[in-house]
Design a binder for this molecule. Structure first.
Ligand code: GBH
Length: 438
């Protein structure tokens, strides 16, 4: 069994397309997000990730910030189109060189590199052959994982195969608000299965090349029925199966939840590949979801409704730390002894943070948010849930997908014109929090 890091792991998270920029550097190929963001009308402010926070070039500055913050780990993602510009074939050495420089800088700073292999930026060449609707992409993903682990397997301290496959399926292929922009509704299910199959194949490849622990980062959202009306309860159960179970039950050998999946793309042996043991479960948590029964004639078995009684972030998402405890206790109850230790691989909030005339950036709401979510985490630990770490989304303000540069999630403010980094008051608060913990 690969060993998990000792003690409680404090970290920050980012993803490649949201921070790197430098989309042509080192022979990088195009990703689905380059294509999607260049399509008029897709991104609210009309921007792309072509420059983002320029972290491809400024990674040493970012590492210096993390050293100052005192985190034990950095969760970043590897851009597949840097490693295989066409999505297949031998590795592009310049791509691997970039991540090797980053990983070595992290290790020099005493920060454990935690690498996500897929955070939504599929090589466009694979999209042209069907993307995750195609079973072939799962096999290509396994090969790509082997290339990355072949070079970095001795230094990456934890692997994350996929980031939020549920969001990628639902926003990317069912609703079309994210790349690649497909609107297939329930026709998107093959994307769930092929991502999970890719996950299982990647786990096998990582085991061949690395002794470091392996996990997946799923996002979870407790489903809150609007009332005790049986139609609302049934809708909440349907939403729960889709959001919280489709991407998790199969990891623990339970197969797909009944009725929530189109099994026609599932082949013999697939579920065994998917159930390859993992060493931890990555949990991304933002908020619970209010659910009620669908209107007559709706194509969906539920309707999402706003949750009353919570303050909201600049994104309009409810601030509900109680949902984090609820979710952790739910996972613990649902999977019992099969559940490995949990890491919160993303938790955070967007506010309209500005740098004042004195050069400082105060974000008291983010401090309150983090404090409350850390308290909820401690409550879940007291309830018996084995939670081993907390990664804030995000180190930096960055390019927030369809929201472009309009949502700031960082502990560090970024001026997107000058790339000036200004640590917010939450950065200083978290630094003290981490110090006190030691
Ligand atoms: C993550 O996705 C991503 O991994 C990351 O790249 C991204 O930058 C970060 O979060 C912030 O968005 O309107 O109340 O129904 C988050 C997935 C899906 C969580 C939508 C909140 C809707 C809340 N999100 N969900 S609500």
């Amino acid at each position: 069994m690969p060993e998990l890091p000792g003690g409680f792991l404090w970290g920050v998270s980012t993803s490649a397309y949201q921070i790197e920029g430098a989309v042509h550097a080192g022979g990088r190929g195009a990703s689905v997000w380059d294509t999607f963001s260049a399509t008029p009308g897709r991104i609210v402010d009309g921007t792309t990730g072509a420059i983002a926070t320029d972290s491809y070039h400024r990674y040493a500055d970012d590492v210096a910030l993390m050293r100052e913050l005192g985190v034990g780990a950095y969760r970043f993602s590897v851009a597949w189109p840097r490693i295989q510009p066409d999505g297949t074939g031998p590795a592009n050495a310049a791509g691997l060189d970039h991540y090797e420089r980053l990983v070595d800088a992290l290790l020099d700073a005493g920060i454990a590199p935690v690498a996500t292999l897929f955070h939504w930026d599929l090589p466009q060449a694979l999209q042209d052959r069907g993307g995750w609707l195609s079973r072939e992409t799962a096999h290509r993903f396994g090969e790509y994982a082997a290339l990355v682990a072949g070079r970095l397997g001795d230094r990456v301290r934890m692997w994350i195969t996929l980031n939020e496959p549920f969001v990628h399926m639902s926003l990317g292929y069912a609703l079309g608000t994210h790349a690649p922009g497909e609107q297939l509704l329930f026709g998107a299910f093959p994307v769930a299965h092929h991502q999970l199959l890719g996950h299982g194949l990647a786990v096998a490849a990582l085991r061949d090349h690395s002794n470091s622990p392996v996990t997946i980062a799923n996002n979870y959202s407790p489903a809150r029925p609007a009332s005790h009306d049986p139609a609302d309860l049934a809708a909440a159960a349907a939403y729960d199966a889709l959001q919280n179970r489709v991407f998790t039950d199969p990891l623990f050998g339970l197969g797909y939840p009944e009725g929530a999946a189109d099994l026609s793309v599932v082949r013999e042996g697939d579920l065994d590949v998917i159930a390859a043991p993992i060493d931890a479960l990555g949990v991304n948590y933002y908020n619970p979801t209010g659910v009620r029964g669908p209107e007559d004639g709706s194509p969906l078995p539920f309707e999402i409704v706003p949750l009353d009684g919570y303050p909201t972030t600049a994104f309009g998402w409810p601030v509900a730390p109680d949902g984090l405890r609820e979710l952790l206790v739910q996972l613990h109850g649902r999977y019992g002894a099969a559940l490995p230790p949990i890491y919160i691989t993303e938790s955070g909030c967007a506010y309209d943070d500005v740098v004042g005339p004195d050069g400082s950036c105060a974000d008291p709401e983010r401090i309150a948010y983090l404090d409350a979510h850390l308290a909820a985490l401690a409550d879940a630990q007291a309830d018996g849930v084995d939670v081993r770490g907390y990664f804030v989304w995000s180190l930096l303000d960055n390019w927030e997908w369809a929201e472009g540069f309009t949502k700031r999630f960082g502990l560090v403010h970024v001026d997107f014109d000058t790339q000036t980094r200004t640590p917010k008051s939450s950065f200083a608060w978290l630094r003290e929090r981490i110090r006190d913990h030691r």
